[in-house]
Unconditional design. Structure first.
Length: 266
């Protein structure tokens, strides 16, 4: 509304009304943005679920149409793989939904190096993984979430590496820094933000492996952020990718003195 240049109460009122309307307009725009984002997310998620579901259905239909001429064991094995894939996607979607809902999970004092060692030992890897961790790198965090972030980085590195993966864990300047480095093709500088968006896969990677949904990195970054940390990708010294997870270093002594808490080794 026009503001008269009378400088009186009416002018003041008009200015206030305009400011309020501006704020309201901003709020509506933000809400519209969130709704559009949510819609895109739902449509992307449905699409991701539909592919393995269609595969599964076709497989079962073909086998039922002509059971005598079907390798039933193979059909079952393939069906199980489709089901695993569906399970994985639903699991990732649930993890994201929980993170989006802002549910605060339990936090304990963990040694980030021990966690990295435990998770890399647990995984079956295509290429050898070396973990080089400083002795005590305490962080206050949710074990399941941090393990999930580390596993997502390990899975990517293993998929893209040519021959080796290196994990380092260091305490530096009040920060706990975990780096997962591989000797694969690396991530082009222009794509280094985009790969953290939900459902983003770079084309070269998609042809190499049709399995991924593009949810691993967004989940890992969200977990890092929820812990007051960051996750970025850099160049590895020998040309591959180096994913750097930085978390606040916990004050170990303060927690050791706290009778309610124990130094929990991962
Ligand atoms: N270590 C890496 N080297 C090269 N490119 C990578 C690396 N890690 C991730 N990327 C690229 O980033 C994309 C997104 O990774 P993200 O982990 O989010 O999804 P994904 O691995 O494709 O699928 P998901 O993790 O859901 O199974 C990958 O598709 C790949 O193109
Ligand atoms: Mg991944």
């Amino acid at each position: 509304m026009p503001v008269p240049d009378t400088g009186d109460e009416i002018a003041g009122l008009a200015t206030t009304v305009n400011a309020t309307l501006d704020r309201l307009e901003g709020a509506v725009e933000r809400l519209e943005g969130t709704v559009a984002q949510q819609r895109r997310f739902t449509s992307d998620a449905s699409h991701e679920l539909r592919t393995p579901l269609t595969g599964l259905r076709t497989r079962l239909e073909l086998a039922l149409d002509d059971p005598a001429d079907t390798d039933l064991l193979r059909t079952l094995r393939d069906a199980l793989r489709d089901a695993d894939r569906l399970h994985q996607i639903v699991d990732d979607l649930l993890a994201l939904a929980r993170l989006d809902a802002g549910v605060e999970p339990d936090r304990t004092l963990l040694d980030l190096g021990a966690l990295a060692r435990a998770e890399s030992r647990r995984r079956q890897a295509r290429v050898p993984v070396v973990v080089d961790a400083d002795p005590d790198v305490p962080v206050l965090g949710n074990r399941l979430q941090l393990a999930r972030a580390v596993v997502n980085l390990l899975a990517n590195a293993d998929r893209h590496a040519s021959g080796k993966v290196l994990v380092t864990v260091r305490a530096r300047g009040g920060k706990a820094v975990l780096t997962v480095t591989d000797d694969g093709p690396g991530v082009p500088p222009g794509e280094r933000d985009r790969i953290f968006d939900r459902f983003t896969r770079l084309d070269a990677a998609r042809s190499r492996d049709a399995g991924g949904s593009g949810l691993g990195l967004p989940i890992a970054r969200e977990i890092a952020n929820r812990h007051g940390g960051t996750l970025v990708v850099e160049d590895a010294p020998d040309g591959g990718a180096a994913f750097v997870l930085t978390l606040p270093l916990a004050d170990q002594t303060a927690h050791e003195q706290d009778a309610g808490r124990r130094w929990a080794r991962a």
